[in-house]
Design a protein around this ligand. Structure first.
Ligand code: MOS
Length: 732
């Protein structure tokens, strides 16, 4: 392998920095009309009247679409539920009827010759509402929260064991609503051509959007093409089809014209968010530091129209050995849009609670936090009592602690200082799934020794183009420059949404399977050449390397691929295969990490800085140590934001998000991000999949906020359980 495992710069980097890469909102087209969305000012009720007269009188305005005059659209998709939508409920459809379900809901779409005209005219749409009482506060609505029936199965009797435990810790940890805030705005450019539509949409799944639109608008699949070749970040916000895509279709159909619709940053806050969640943990332990009992209850918000939830609680009984465990997940309905997956959904919130609780338990037990975790270490999946395909978490603790200098930690809170600042060191464990999905992929090898690899997967900005090029170059025996990658197009071979950290494993094995078909065909062509040096070779001895078809047992023996194709009069070899993974319910598949954080806290002002983070990750084979490191760093920065900055504030008297912009919704900036060290521990794994790939898209954020919260406690002696940890909570 020449490229797999090496630090490789992004193959799409030059296109991005030169502006050649076109995003959904800048797809080139002539004769575009522009849309601007009008949103609801109230969270619940109905539209009594909507007056579009003043808007329509503005010169350059083409039409104003509302629920009263929009083209036809189905409430329920006939045969299709979007790939990652909640099981229960009825998905939101923009401009469907007069019902208002959340503040910021799109209620009209103004279409004009220019974007500025559309936005101005949108300000002239007058709406009268019949308002109804509403609720948006989880801390109030928790009283009415209802249990969902899907948490992992309990074991033993957790309540009894907890009551009998020598050392007990019980507490609630709170995570507020957080927003994804990718840099790129949500946008759709819908190109109209005689009833056919080509849509450039911001999405993590072109096929998901394609199937959704075909179903909701009853369109023939070949009348619609969805593209998302580049994406300026997603973090999960683009897993489900968002409302800009159906609005763009409605507009193009109404006008029979191409339309561009770009949402504003403020409007994006009503698309989706990480649900506000209360994590209630109860841990019972023996004095030596072994767990007797784990109870984890999560209470989270969902909308009035869908039941959104993920696995928050199950990590607790999975990660640590405990004979007794139980889980409850409850949902509180609020008048907000449906929450959605946001980087490591469920684990980011659930493991935050667990890992803070473990830190508090370590304090109560007077045991080092790593030592506690090692005493509860589990080599088997605790839910199903099965082994992992691999689990090198011990190495993460060891190598992370060594790099951080953990052995120099004085366990006493407020014992370490740097001038006027208190110094705190904290740690936490991270865990995520190593998922993999069926994926189709096509390779076309042309007689000039060039390969085109295509697949419908998206690259949400994290490096899919690059790893596809690396893996294909290695498996086809070509230089990286000889491989072109096409992604993000619904006409390409089928792939699921890019999410769940499953893309690297899924696409790599699709490449491996397809490249093998190319290898077989090249072998047949090479054997057929006159006086072929490979005439007597068996297929299993044939490899592709350096542009040649070679005998692995004697690499001097071989022929150039281009010669073999020329002799066989073939100007192109084309193969498309679908890779499926073998069923394996005998093993658990997870990635793990150990995160160490240093904070410095100004003793007088309570200002917190995260001065160092070491994140040691066990995620199988790392395809690209450069982009993978960036993934983990990005996850850590997300964790810093979660710990210290991020919080969507709702005025519960208005039912409205008040800081729906990136000036007032705080994310970490350069000055907040200091030294981040990423370690990939060696984790060979022949069971998870043939190439041993587990994925790194999400593990970087899991546990990070807990490590920082634990460090803040160690620095100050004050335990703040409600995120974000702002200085008022520290001083108060
Ligand atoms: Mo990720 S939350 O699966 O984009």
């Amino acid at each position: 392998m020449v490229y797999i495992g090496t630090p490789t710069s992004r193959v799409d980097g030059p296109a991005k920095v030169t502006g050649a890469a076109k995003y959904a909102g800048d797809a080139a087209a002539s004769g575009l009309a522009y849309g601007a969305v009008v949103t609801s000012a109230i969270p619940k009720g109905r539209i009594a009247t909507i007056d579009t007269g003043a808007a329509l009188r503005v010169a350059g305005v083409l039409d104003v679409l509302t629920h009263e005059n929009r083209p036809r659209m189905a409430r329920r998709a006939a045969a299709y539920k979007d790939d990652v939508g909640p099981e229960q409920g009825s998905p939101f459809r923009p401009l469907y009827d007069d019902t208002i379900m959340f503040s910021g809901q799109p209620i009209a779409l103004v279409l004009a010759e220019e974007w500025e005209i559309a936005r101005f005219a949108a300000s002239l749409v007058r709406v009268e509402y019949e308002a109804e009482p509403f609720a948006t506060d989880l801390r109030v609505e928790r009283e009415r929260a209802v249990a969902v029936d899907e948490p992992p199965k309990p074991r033993g009797n957790a309540d009894k064991a907890y009551a009998a435990a020598a050392i007990r810790h019980e507490a609630e940890y709170f995570i507020p609503i957080e927003h994804h805030n990718p840099m790129e705005l949500y946008a759709s450019t819908a190109l109209w051509e005689d009833g056919k539509l080509t849509i450039y949409d911001k999405t993590q799944g072109v096929l998901n959007v394609h199937n959704y639109l075909c179903s909701v608008f009853d369109m023939k699949p070949d009348k619609l093409r969805v593209l998302s070749p580049f994406m300026g970040g997603g973090f999960g916000s683009g897993l489900r089809p968002q409302y800009e895509a159906p609005l763009a279709v409605l507009a193009a159909r109404a006008l029979e014209r191409s339309v561009r619709l770009v949402l504003t940053r403020q409007q994006m806050y009503a698309l989706c968010y990480r649900p506000a969640t209360i994590e209630r943990l109860a841990l019972g332990a023996a004095p030596g530091g072994t767990l007797d009992s784990v109870s984890h209850e999560a209470i989270a918000v969902t909308s009035q129209y869908e039941d959104y939830f993920r696995n928050d609680t199950g990590w607790s009984g999975l990660l640590y050995k405990s004979p007794n465990a139980k889980y409850v997940h409850r949902l509180a309905r609020v008048d907000l849009p449906t929450p959605s997956d946001m980087r490591a959904p469920g684990a980011t919130t659930g493991v935050y609670g667990l890992e803070c609780a473990m830190d508090e338990l370590a304090v109560a037990l007077k045991i080092d936090p790593i030592a506690l975790r090692l005493r509860c270490y589990s080599d088997r999946d605790q839910h199903d009592d099965i082994p992992y395909t691999s689990k090198q978490l011990r190495k993460c603790y060891r190598q992370g602690a060594a790099a951080f200098g953990w052995d120099r930690r004085n366990p006493k809170p407020r014992s370490m200082r740097d001038g006027s600042e208190l110094v705190g060191w904290g740690m936490a464990t991270g865990v995520w799934e190593a998922l993999q999905m069926d994926t189709a992929l096509r390779i076309v090898l042309t007689a000039n020794g060039h390969a085109e690899v295509s697949c419908a997967f998206s690259d949400i900005g994290t490096g899919t183009y690059t790893i596809v090029a690396q893996v294909a170059a290695d498996l086809l025996g070509l230089p990286l420059e000889a491989v072109t990658v096409r992604l993000g197009d619904s006409t390409l071979p089928q792939a699921p949404v890019e999410g769940g950290s499953w893309t690297a494993a899924s696409v790599s094995h699709a490449i491996a399977k397809t490249a093998d078909e190319i290898r077989k065909e090249l072998w047949r062509l090479a054997k057929a050449m006159p006086n072929s040096p490979l005439g007597a070779c068996r297929l299993e001895d044939i490899a592709l390397a350096d542009g040649r078809i070679i005998d692995k047992t004697d690499s001097g023996r071989g022929v150039a691929m281009t010669d073999a194709m020329r002799h066989g009069r073939r100007d192109r070899l084309e193969h498309e295969t679908t890779n499926s993974f073998a069923e394996d319910d005998k093993h658990a598949r997870n990635t793990h990490s150990a995160i160490f954080a240093e904070v410095k806290v100004d003793e007088e002002l309570g200002v917190i800085r995260v001065t160092r983070v070491v994140n040691a990750v066990a995620a199988g084979r790392i395809l690209n140590t450069k982009t993978a490191r960036s993934q983990i760093m990005g996850g850590v920065v997300g964790g810093i934001g979660m710990a210290l900055h991020e919080e969507t504030l709702i005025d519960h008297t208005l039912g409205r998000m008040m800081n729906a912009n990136i000036a007032e919704y705080h994310v970490p900036v350069n000055a907040d991000v200091h030294d981040i060290e990423v370690i990939f521990v060696d984790e060979p794994d022949e069971l998870v999949n043939p190439l041993g790939i587990k994925g790194v898209g999400e593990i970087g954020i899991v546990g990070t906020a807990a490590a920082i919260a634990n460090a803040v406690y160690h620095a100050t002696g004050k335990r703040v359980r409600d995120l974000p940890i702002t200085l008022d909570k520290l001083l108060g």
